[in-house]
Design a protein around this ligand. Structure first.
Ligand code: SF4
Ligand code: SF4
Length: 416
């Protein structure tokens, strides 16, 4: 039968893989299993087999593709520049159409519809906050309980969408902030740090009301129509801003791929997208944000896959931590995935846990009890595994706190 959707992996894309195998040692699932079918090369061969009509989109194909974390470590080291992330999303879109299961349909509703609906996310957050306070979360099934344990205490703070914050001093430009599906209700401290830093560097920050979820989780799971719809809506919402900033690495990586999801207008938006770490590091390098003198000790640096492998941003979080007075500690030269990987932690709990424990051990032996991570999924995974003796926070959050402390201000003044 071959492929049937416009998202399908193409012959041109697949032909970029010369099967050299250089990616294999960088692939977490290959390192865990030693199996070719659990490697990038094996997965690309499976995609080619379907394209050539010698295999079907069936259970076997779905298993090969779904075992992949989507970490894109393979893409970062590939000499043929094989667009593995794009191909993976294309293969998953085919599975969603040709081999839909009840679980996949439920995920489509959750990732494609519920996450983009602020009322639904707010209601889920309110329930989660009650569960945190009453301890009811302990009765949740294992993998969900583990993810739940990685949430910070939910405070039900103010909403960010619709806000506008004026800069301190001369206006350098306007930044539109992606509020995000879970960043706004679950990680408001990161938004507060982002807005505070950008204002201080001279940016007006707007949080457009019409925006929705970036669509990354829907795209990664193969729900292409939803991902296209969300991208088109955000292109309209973010029109007019000089820059568009996301403070979750998975979101900034996906926004940079809007050329695929929303055509020419999407490509125009993608050029203006910055992950908050790259923009803040640039502002520090340009002396628009200060380097603080007070030494604060070591911080273990965890590189989220969608920051390091998908966007190739490595130095920026370290620059930010140094500017805050911290000493960045390297924990993993291979920058292997922590196992969170969006919904993977729930769908493949055993593999997720095995990878997460490896990362947690690296942190335990690093000598630091503070961990910097620029992605919410990684943050939750590490917090749930490391427990309360460790602090896991976004690099901009650590920097903003240090800055506020050094200047004696209590918190950012964000206009309504
Ligand atoms: S994906 Fe790239 S690195 Fe991996 S086998 Fe193919 S060409 Fe080689
Ligand atoms: S995305 Fe990650 S898990 Fe998937 S094949 Fe590439 S390196 Fe392996």
């Amino acid at each position: 039968m071959g492929y049937v959707t416009a998202e399908a992996p193409t012959r041109t894309e697949l032909s970029t893989c010369v099967q050299c195998g250089l990616c294999l040692p960088h692939c977490p699932t290959f390192r865990l299993t030693g199996m070719e079918t659990a490697s990038p090369r094996g997965r690309l061969m499976a995609m080619s087999a379907v394209l050539e009509g010698v295999a079907e989109v069936d259970d076997v194909f779905a298993e090969i593709i779904d075992f992949c974390l989507g970490c894109r470590a393979c893409e970062a080291v590939c000499p043929g520049l094989t667009p593995y992330g794009r191909l993976l999303e294309g293969a998953r879109a085919e599975i969603a159409v040709q081999h839909p299961t009840r679980a996949r349909r439920l995920r489509r509703w959750l990732l494609g519809r519920a996450l983009g609906n602020r009322t639904a996310v707010a209601a889920a957050t309110a329930v989660a906050a009650v569960a945190q306070r009453t301890g009811v979360g302990r009765i949740l099934p294992g993998p969900i309980r583990r993810s739940f344990a990685g949430l910070r205490r939910l405070e039900g703070r103010e909403r960010w969408v619709g806000r506008r914050a004026e800069p301190v001093g001369e206006v350098r430009g306007t930044v539109a902030l992606l509020a995000g599906c879970v960043m706004e209700p679950w990680f408001p401290q990161v938004h507060e740090a982002t807005v505070g830093l950008l204002r201080r560097a001279g940016y007006r920050v707007v949080v457009p009301r019409r925006q929705t979820c970036c669509g990354a989780l829907a795209a990664h799971d193969g729900h292409a129509a939803d991902a296209h719809r969300m991208a088109r809506r955000n292109v309209v919402a973010f029109a007019g801003a000089d820059l568009v900033v996301a403070d979750a690495a998975g979101c900034s990586a996906h926004l940079k791929e809007y050329g695929h999801w929303a055509g020419e207008a999407g490509a125009g938006l993608a050029e203006r997208v910055r992950d908050v770490t790259e923009l803040v590091a640039e502002l520090i390098e340009g002396d628009l944000l200060p380097r603080l003198a007070l030494p604060r000790g070591p911080v273990a640096v965890q590189d989220p896959c969608h920051l390091r492998h998908a966007q190739r941003i490595i130095e920026a979080p370290r620059t930010i931590l140094r500017a805050a007075g911290y000493e960045p500690v390297e924990i993993d030269v291979d920058a292997m995935c922590c196992g969170a990987a969006g919904t993977y932690a729930i769908l493949r709990p055993d593999t997720s846990l095995e990878l997460g424990e490896r990362k947690a051990d690296q942190i335990r032996t690093s000598g630091s009890t503070i961990v910097a991570s620029a992605n919410p999924g990684c943050e939750m995974q590490l917090r749930s595994l490391l427990g309360p003796a460790y602090r896991v926070a976004h690099p901009v959050e650590l920097y903003w706190e240090a800055l506020v402390e050094s200047t004696g201000r209590i918190r950012s003044e964000v206009g309504g």
